[in-house]
Design a binder for this molecule. Sequence first.
Ligand code: ATP
Ligand code: MG
Length: 373
Amino acid sequence: MLQAGVYTYLPLGWRVLEKISAIVRSEMNAVGGQELLMPALQPKNIWEETGRWESLKEVMYQFQDASDKDLGLAATHEEVVYDLIRRFINSYKDLPLSVYQIQNKFRAELRAKGGLMRGREFMMKDLYSFHASQADLDQYYQQLIDAYLKIYRRLGLDAKVVEASGGIFTQKFSHEFQVVSEAGEDRIFYCGSCDWAQNSEITEVKAGDACPKCGVVVQEGKSIEVGNIFQFGDKYAKDMNGYVNDENSRKIPILMASYGIGISRLAATIVELHHDDRGIVWPESVAPFAVHLISLKRDEAARELYDRLVAADVEVLYDDRDVSAGQKFVDSDLLGLPWRLVVSEKTGGKVEVKQRGGEQSELMDFKEAINKL
Ligand code: ATP
Ligand code: MG
C-alpha cells in the first residue's frame, strides 16, 4: 500500500489480475466489443458539457496544472468516449458499435478500506455501446447481461443480477451484479427460488415477504457489487450533440449504454469466496500459477521436474528457498495454487501430488504427474 486505497500489485497478484482480465476480454470480444485505451488525464470542458464536472466534484480528482488549466483524473469515461463517437460516427450505418477498455479509474472514496475491494485507484473494465434504436440497445443490453454472468461463472463466482437505482440519469433501473458475502458493503433482497433481486436502496419488500415474481420467500443478505450496467438512452446525444441521419435522412440520437466490471474488486471477491483457515484456494481459472513445486533437499530432481513442467506448458511456481519444510507448506497453503507437488527424500524417484482443496495426496512418477497437469 502506497497510501490508503492505492496499491502496487505484486507479481502473483498481478498474474491474477491478468487472468481475470483475459477472461473478461474474451467475453467482451465475443459480443463484438473492440478494445481501445482512453486517456485518464481529462480536460474540464468535456465534463462541463454534461454538468458532471460539478456533480462528480466529490468523487473526481480535480486540479489545475502549472498553467492553470483545469484537469481531472478519470472516474469513468462516458464523456470521453462520447466525444470520440460524435466525431467518428457519421451515419446510422456505423451503428451499432461497442468499445471497451481495461484501465485504472480514480475516485476520491471517503472510506477506502478492505484493500482492493474499494480503492482510490482501481482497475475497471468499462464497455460502451452505441445504437440507432432503443430496440437494438435493449437487445444488446440483454446480451451483455448474459456475457457478464458467463464471466462470473468462469471466475468461480455466483453473481445475481440485481435491479438498482438508475442513478441521476434515468428513471429506469440499472442492473448490478452482486455476490452474496458478509464482506460486502451492499445489502440486497433476493428470491430463494427464482432470479428476482433488488438492491436495498430501491426495494419495497422485506425479508420474509413473498417474492413479487414467483411468490417464494424473499431473503436478505450482504453482498459485493462486482459489476454495474446502465442505459443512458439519448441523455448523451442531447448533452453532447451526438446525432446521425437514419435511412430516411431523419436526424436520430446516438443512444448509449455503459457496462462496468471491477477487475481489482473481483480479485478480492474471489479470495473472499475461495479461502479456508490456511489461506487462499484459487479457482484454476485465475490462479497465478497452476502448480506449486516444493523441493525438500532434492533440488536436482525438483529442477528436472520443473524443466519438464515448463516444457509441457504447465504454469509452475518453484519454491527452492532455503527454509524449513514447515515454512514451505504453510506458505504453499497461504498462496493457494491449485496443485502442490513435493519432491523430497521420502518420494524417491516419484513426486507427491496434492490438490489445494483436498486432503489426499498421491505418489506419482514424473511422467504421470505431468500428464495429469
Ligand atoms: P460502489 O457502489 O461500490 O461505490 P459504484 O456503483 O460507484 O460502486 P460503478 O461506477 O458502478 O461503481 O463502477 C463499476 C464497477 O467498478 C462496480 O460495480 C465495482 O465492481 C467497481 N468499483 C467501483 N468503485 C470501486 C472502487 N472504489 N474500488 C474497486 N472497485 C470499484
Ligand atoms: Mg455501481
